[in-house]
Design a protein around this ligand. Structure first.
Ligand SMILES: Nc1ncnc2c1ncn2[C@@H]1O[C@H](COP(=O)(O)OP(=O)(O)OP(=O)(O)O)[C@@H](O)[C@H]1O
Ligand SMILES: [Mg+2]
Length: 246
């Protein structure tokens, strides 16, 4: 088996008294795609934030391309090839689409940036049409495309994608997921965090997080995967009056 590109073991994060991650392990091979599902507050964003250096871990290890990653500053992690497309879809609203695209990655050689830019434009022709427009005037789907394209322009080996489909119309979700598929074809590994089970249309390993732990592992191609995922969500329901949750 190929050596993992990104490997995390036993990650723990606390916010004051609250435990957000409790013993999470994860591995991602070169070009591999992992789909992570989980309810609100499960700890998905916290995990991505630890991997990209935004949130410190209280315990655990992470290696990226064979090097220890925890404790490195976020800017060094990005340069090392790990790009994080955060939830919340924040663009620089008064800057053009073009300027947003070029707002990171200043360390990348000019010819490589041009190549990455062309790839991003091929992936999202809509951005080409909106190229000179202020990013604040884009639709939600277009903003998401812009942020993914901007992530790609950082020349990542791994792309972390946090709830890219949130609040988008199904047809736009499919457009975004199709782009994720093509990003994998470029050889970029992806950790795709979602609440929308439509993401199971992508092929990849599927994991589910619940209250800071991984509770399920499968593959989107497994027979009955949608039912298994739904069941895992049901089992994960907060305890009702009858105290159904264990
Ligand atoms: N900065 C913070 N300070 C205190 N608690 C936090 C902070 N960020 C997250 N939490 C808590 O940690 C837990 C995990 O949150 P996280 O944002 O990682 O979950 P999530 O799975 O991404 O949820 P969502 O689907 O709503 O984005 C939640 O209980 C949340 O309230
Ligand atoms: Mg989140």
């Amino acid at each position: 088996m190929a050596k993992p590109l990104l490997e995390a073991t036993d990650l723990g994060v606390r916010y004051g008294q609250a435990t957000a991650l409790d013993g999470v392990g994860l591995s991602l091979g070169p070009g591999e795609r992992v789909i992570m599902l989980g309810r609100n507050g499960a700890g998905k964003t916290t995990l991505l934030n630890v991997l990209s250096g935004i949130v410190p871990a209280a315990r655990g290890t992470v290696t990226f391309a064979g090097e220890p990653l925890l404790g490195r500053p976020a800017h060094a992690i990005v340069r090392g090839g790990l790009a994080h497309v955060c939830e919340g879809r924040r663009v620089f609203p008064t800057m053009s689409v073009r300027d947003n695209l070029f707002s990171g990655g200043g360390w990348i050689a000019r010819h490589r940036r041009a190549e990455l830019h062309d790839q991003a434009m091929d992936l999202f022709p809509r951005l080409r049409e909106r190229y000179r427009q202020a990013a604040g005037t884009l639709s939600g789907g277009e903003r998401q495309m812009l942020l993914i394209a901007r992530g790609l322009m950082l020349d990542p080996k791994v792309l972390l994608l946090d709830e890219a489909s949130q609040g988008l119309a199904p047809v736009v979700v499919d457009e975004v997921l199709a782009a994720v598929e093509r990003i994998s074809e470029l050889g970029v590994a992806a950790l795709v965090v979602e609440q929308n089970t439509r993401v199971l249309g992508l092929s990849g390993r599927v994991i589910i997080m619940s209250t800071g732990r991984l509770i399920f592992s499968g593959h989107s191609g497994d027979p009955g995967i949608l039912d298994q995922v739904r069941q895992a969500y049901l089992d994960d329901a907060p305890a009702g009056p009858a105290g159904a949750a264990s």
